[in-house]
Write a new protein. Structure first.
Length: 289
């Protein structure tokens, strides 16, 4: 994706929190965006996407299913860049870990295969998670892009999020294996807990967690201990930043890392901004009175 040629890009999972905000920013910067929605999304109110400035001319909606990766081909073919943000939704911890991991890994690899076969895709940006790097029995003073979470250790903590951590870690590892074998230009963005304002209708899971104390959700209190947060707009900007072909030397990029800052990226938001934006959106949408 060249900085002087905005061009055509694809964002998977367009109704999600990060994806919808990313779409908004891409449209504002002059990109033409194709986004994928789950097949039954046609029954939902998508006005938060279709009413975005520029959406009438530059936003195109496609139906695709992670269980059928080839269904993404129509949305991806012709694009210069792909942002793979989609992830299984709902109560994923109710799905057996092996089943969830198989579905997510196979879906992601299928999408990467479509990208690798495309004659137009120049770079793929995959949305990972800090959950893939931070968990280890060793007390690391510094966590960077070279570390991986120890899934077995995390299972021993019995937090209730074992399926999510294991799935994200396995999926990113599989994505890197595929990219290296097939020569695919892949960059992964590794955000911590994403909080801030939102344009989607539903309360994003990460915002609900980040605002657990405000919302009075006591079941989430334990998950806030030691949690780092990042503003959704910084996450979206980081995706766009690392997608540019003149930004070289990237592979994994934590959304707070020295490597990201050294490449010219500038974080705009403080922790106060994170909470202020999230609370304001919750008030506007009726989640906080």
């Amino acid at each position: 994706m060249e900085s002087d040629d905005k061009g055509l890009v694809c964002v998977t999972g367009g109704t999600g929190y990060v994806a919808s905000w990313l779409i908004m920013r891409l449209l504002q910067q002059g990109y033409t965006v194709r986004t994928t929605l789950r097949p039954h999304s046609g029954q939902r109110d998508l006005s938060f996407l279709t009413s975005l400035p520029g959406a009438t001319e530059k936003l195109h909606l496609f139906h695709a299913d992670l269980n059928e990766p080839d269904s993404f081909r129509a949305a991806i073919e012709g694009c210069t860049g792909v942002f793979h943000v989609a992830h299984p939704v709902g109560n994923i911890n109710a799905i057996p870990e092996d089943e969830l991991a198989k579905m997510t890994v196979e879906g992601t690899l299928g999408i990467l295969k479509v990208c690798a076969e495309s004659k137009t895709v120049k770079r793929v940006v995959y949305t990972s998670s800090a959950a893939t790097v931070v968990y280890s029995e060793e007390r690391r003073e510094v966590v960077d892009e070279n570390t991986w979470s120890d899934i077995d250790f995390y299972r021993s903590l019995k937090t209730g999020a074992e399926a999510y951590v294991a799935t994200k870690t396995k999926t990113e590892k599989a994505a890197w294996d595929f990219a290296e074998k097939h020569g695919l230009d892949l960059v992964t963005v590794i955000p911590t807990l994403v909080v801030g304002p939102f344009i989607c209708h539903n309360l994003p899971v990460s915002v609900g967690l980040g605002l657990a104390l405000v919302l009075g959700n006591e079941t989430h209190y334990k998950h806030l201990e030691g949690t780092s947060m990042v503003h959704v707009d910084d996450v979206a900007s980081a995706h766009i930043h690392v997608s540019l072909k003149d930004i070289k030397g990237f592979s994994k990029s934590i959304c707070s890392s020295k490597k990201l800052v050294d490449s010219g990226f500038k974080f705009k938001y403080s922790l106060d901004d994170v909470f202020d934006g999230a609370i304001q959106s919750c008030k506007e949408k009726g989640f906080i009175s």
